[in-house]
Design a protein around this ligand. Sequence first.
Ligand SMILES: [Ca+2]
Length: 207
Amino acid sequence: MTVKRGLRAIVCAAAFVASANTQAEVLPDCTIDFETTCPDMAPECGASFSGGGTCAFIGQGNCYSSGLRSYSVTPAAPLTITLSGELTGLDVFFADQLGTGQGDMRFFDAEVGGNEVGSTLISNGPCQAMVMPALQAASLVAPVRRVEVTATAGTLWIDDFHINGGPSPFAVPAVSEWGLVIMGALVLVAGTLVFRRRMCLGAEACA
Ligand SMILES: [Ca+2]
């Protein structure tokens, strides 16, 4: 019975170590500028764009963040952005393009159906003002795996979709390889001590 308990303790400890070493996949710092490649053709920076417009030259007003190509969203073409890893931070140009656009950008986690995990970004602008619309930063409360962009009117401008520019606020603590070795050794020592103590109590002969 004692040996079984000792083995059970070691197995539980190993499972704990393994779970502690599981690190969520966080997408690397990466910016989609829509200039030479487009994430509606193939994933870029771990993001795949579907259902929206496309990467195109707009040349409107003061929307010229990186080159003159950007991504557009209209009421007829809401955009879904699917992420292959965790989005933990985002800054992006998200504005009305022609003076009549309105819309929002919403963030969801990896659960089935998706729970909304952050404040909705509202399009600013317009691009036709005298200055370029301000960069917007998402306020997230958990890692994001899907983004929904909807225009309720006009045309929306998206550029410089900057993924994970800072340290992750949701990082899961992980154990290094040396940490695993040390923890494994500790588990062995602890198991040996417990086992020896139980044996001694049974025999009443240990010094
Ligand atoms: Ca651009």
